[in-house]
Design a protein around this ligand. Structure first.
Ligand code: ZN
Length: 502
């Protein structure tokens, strides 16, 4: 077990060294360094892959009784050791079951596909991208077959991002959610709309940077263990156990972009910084997220349930107005609260509000599952996309660039990833309700400006566990029930009844 942790830890060292280079590339690297940096990163990735697929790892896993059928190994081991074997077996199988030739064949096809996608999107030319998308779908089918020839391909792909997740299980959660969201949208549309003009007043980058630092501080993001920089696309990256960094984007005529981006990424960083099931597992794959969706639950809980709440701004709007003078002059708390929670059906997922966002994701989930099963032909994607946009959001994209070509994921061959974005909302709301059930009301903590108490609860119940539990198990353990969209819907219905007055 110790040897296994050592080898795993060495692979993590390489990954974190690569993260330093990757972070630098996105933030401060001079542009001419890009090609050599690409070589450096590819070299490190190769090294990490070699480490992760060492036959010795396979031998150690076997010696500890871990097999495909019984990944947790010997029953005499401690629950934490058994969870670790499950994770290591999973990682090892995923890294070794797909033949190297297939991996490199797909890597080549993917870089062509991404280039074709970028061109097709800017030229609004879906037919130019279609053969590449077809290849990505085919590669995904082959990968699913390598990983688990007896499993349903989409389930196998999903499992890589949401361990234990299945198409049927997710559909059972998403279908009622979709119907409820469409109903809520109808109610919102029937009400007078919200004015958010003042959010577009000019706000200098330097002032927004001050506001971001202020936000990180009140969220208890420890700047001895992290930092904030500026990039075109915000992200969080882990460079080590005590080095988790975020970036944000400053849009001078829309300051909420940096405000909520910073809160969102801080939520991811707080999760990363709080992992640690036990000291001996600190630098191993057990100190990792339970899933992409659980990661997203942390960012969205802070961004939306805390950061877009009335209680939060009752405590902080005054200081904000001072930092951003004169942008918020003459804006009342009520006007501000309504503006930052404005709902509007829109074409682009990444710009969607809290209510419509999940609909964008459910649409992608349904379509990618149909593409993979063959129920939807690749050439028919634009039509199917537009039909569903009409059904879910009541709007139709004027072109494919603002429709099925908008996201990079499929061009990269990432199928099965999208559901994580919406599942995150659901986990977050369910954790929130679990706090209440356990006698601690997070909304009251927000009103009392006691955000630390929420972080403490999340640390104890969600963060510290790392990857010990599969995401579905984590939900059951923390909240006493399986993942259920009703918590999220109740939260949305209550909040937006207030924002839109119904
Ligand atoms: Zn995120």
């Amino acid at each position: 077990m110790e040897r296994l942790r050592t080898l795993d830890g060495e692979a993590k060292l390489i990954t974190h060294i690569g993260a330093v280079l990757g972070w630098d590339q996105e933030t401060y690297m001079p542009p001419a360094a890009i090609e050599e940096r690409g070589d450096q990163l590819a070299y490190l990735e190769g090294l990490a892959h070699e480490k992760q697929t060492m036959p010795e790892i396979g031998e150690l896993l076997a010696a500890l009784g871990s097999t495909g059928e019984n990944p947790e190994g010997d029953t005499t081991l401690s629950p934490m050791d058994r969870a670790y074997l499950r994770i290591m077996r999973r990682n090892y199988d995923q890294a070794t079951k797909v033949p190297t030739e297939l991996v490199s064949e797909m890597a080549k096809a993917t870089s062509l596909s991404q280039a074709a996608w970028a061109k097709a999107r800017s030229g609004n030319d879906f037919p130019a991208f279609e053969p590449h998308l077809q290849k990505m779908v085919d590669f995904n089918r082959r990968i699913a077959d390598c990983l688990d020839p007896s499993g349903k391909p989409y389930d196998v792909l999903l499992d890589r991002f949401e361990e234990g997740g299945t198409q049927a299980g997710i559909a059972a959660v998403f279908n009622p959610l979709r119907d409820e969201l469409v109903k809520l949208m109808d109610r919102i549309r029937s009400r007078p709309q919200v004015n958010d003009d003042f959010l577009h007043r000019h706000c200098p980058e330097a002032d927004q940077a001050k506001a971001s630092s202020y936000l990180m501080k009140i969220l208890s993001y420890d700047l001895e263990r992290g930092r904030l920089d500026k990039t075109a696309h915000p992200f969080t990256t882990t460079l080590g156990v005590s080095d988790v960094r975020i970036t944000t984007r400053y849009v001078e005529d829309f300051f909420p972009s940096s405000v909520f981006g910073t809160i969102h990424e801080s939520g991811h960083a707080l999760y990363e910084l709080g992992m640690g099931p036990a000291p001996e597992y600190q630098r191993t794959s057990l100190a990792d997220a339970a899933s992409m969706a659980v990661h997203e639950s942390q960012s969205r809980l802070w961004e939306n349930m805390v950061g877009r709440s009335l209680g939060f701004w009752k405590n902080h709007l005054q200081e904000f107005a001072r930092m951003l003078t004169p942008v918020l002059d003459g804006v009342s708390i009520d006007e501000y609260y309504r503006a930052i929670n404005k709902v509007e059906p829109s074409l682009i997922r990444t710009e969607a509000d809290e209510v419509t966002y999940s609909l964008h994701v459910i649409l992608r989930f349904e379509l990618e599952a149909e593409l993979l099963s063959g129920n939807l032909a690749v050439k028919d994607l634009p039509g199917a996309w537009n039909e569903r946009m009409q059904a879910f959001l009541g709007i139709v994209p004027p072109d494919d660039a603002k429709g099925c070509l908008q996201d990079i994921h499929w061009s990269m061959g990432a199928i099965g990833y999208f559901p994580s974005y919406a599942l995150g909302n659901l986990y977050g709301a369910q954790f929130w309700d679990a706090m209440k059930d356990q006698g601690f009301d997070p909304a009251v903590a927000v009103e009392n400006d006691n955000l630390g108490a929420i972080l403490t609860w999340l640390r104890a119940n969600v963060h510290s566990a790392g990857a010990v539990y599969k995401p579905g198990e984590l939900a059951r353990k923390v909240t006493g029930e399986s993942l259920d969209a009703s918590h999220f819907m109740r939260y949305l219905n209550e909040k937006y009844a207030r924002v839109y007055g119904f």
